[in-house]
Design a binder for this molecule. Structure first.
Ligand code: G1P
Length: 294
């Protein structure tokens, strides 16, 4: 029997330099997309994918994340005395959502290093990793899609997306061969090799790793074995490449639309599209956009 993933690790200790000055004194994970912080989208995706435990890897200046998922007595009391039942339910819903544990990454030494900080809390079981900058709008949550593949093969799976050549150097990139899966071709790949943020001319393909992973616990030993890589950081991609020596690793071209909400333009695109989809804001917002002399 292949054990199921129950826990999701959210690395959230990064400095958010791509979004300065907004992230000078505020975690980028707390930037609001319409009216919810980025990280809440990822947490909701994990819940809708059947995960039961969240582990957030935080660092200095990130306490707003903990406060967001905690009970706010003052706010609840105020909303209660003012009879604002809907808002009270909304605020309570966030703290009741799921169990969250926190572990600190004292120095921002890379994504692989952040994941390694969760080793004790994860234990010897498969787990998911969610990068909350990557917001994915999908009918079936992306993490669920990856877990379905994991539960079939019992091997680590990363989310993949085709990206244009000019932006490939911003991603981990895979060299992979397509595998038929459940009568479908062109979505599942068996990874042969991978490289973190290659130059466009050195990229082995146009298939980029997107921030959703299902990993088997051997990844921890692999991360421990790698030296600092791109940017002098311990990279998760290098850990996965090491894991490939002893285990198969798959990539899955998920169904859905991904926004790079850690980037200013990507964030604006996500804001507009999510706002247009909202039942309460979509109509008036569309009207407003149409009125602009574009
Ligand atoms: C990280 C990973 C990279 C992946 C990307 C997806 O990079 O290191 O392999 O392609 O997330 O968003 P970052 O964007 O955090 O620099």
């Amino acid at each position: 029997m292949i054990p199921k993933a129950r826990k999701a690790v959210f690395p959230a200790a990064g400095l958010g330099t791509r979004f300065l000055p907004a992230t000078k004194a505020q975690p980028k994970e707390m930037l609001p997309l319409v009216d919810k912080p980025l990280i809440q989208y990822g947490v909701e995706e994990a819940i809708h994918s059947g995960l039961q435990d969240i582990i957030i890897v935080t660092g200095r200046g990130k306490s707003a994340i903990e406060d967001h998922f905690d009970v706010s007595f003052e706010l609840e009391h105020l909303l209660e005395t003012r009879g604002k039942k809907d808002l009270l339910a909304l605020v309570r819903g966030i703290s009741d959502m799921i169990d969250i544990s926190y572990v600190r990454q004292k120095e921002a030494l890379g994504l692989g290093h952040a994941v390694l900080r969760a080793k004790e809390l994860v234990g010897k079981e498969p787990f998911c990793v969610v990068l909350s900058d990557d917001v994915i709008d999908a009918e079936i949550p992306c993490l669920r899609q990856l877990q379905d593949v994991y539960e079939f093969y019992g091997a680590s799976v990363v989310a993949l997306m085709e990206v244009p050549k000019e932006s490939i150097s911003a991603y981990g990139v895979v060299d992979a061969e397509p595998v038929d899966h459940m009568g479908q071709s062109g979505r599942l790949f068996r990874i042969r090799n991978m490289v973190e943020k290659p130059k466009a001319e050195d990229a082995p393909s146009n298939l980029a790793i997107i921030g959703r992973y299902v990993l088997t616990p051997e990844i921890f030993t692999s991360i421990e074995a790698v030296e600092p890589g791109r940017g002098g950081e311990i990279q998760l991609t290098d850990g996965l490449k090491h894991l490939l020596r002893s285990r198969p690793v798959y990539g899955y071209k998920f169904e859905g639309k991904r926004y790079d909400a850690g980037d200013k333009l990507g964030f604006l695109q996500a804001t507009v599209e999510f706002a247009l989809k909202r039942y309460d804001l979509g109509g008036p917002f569309r009207q407003y956009l149409k009125s602009l002399p574009l």
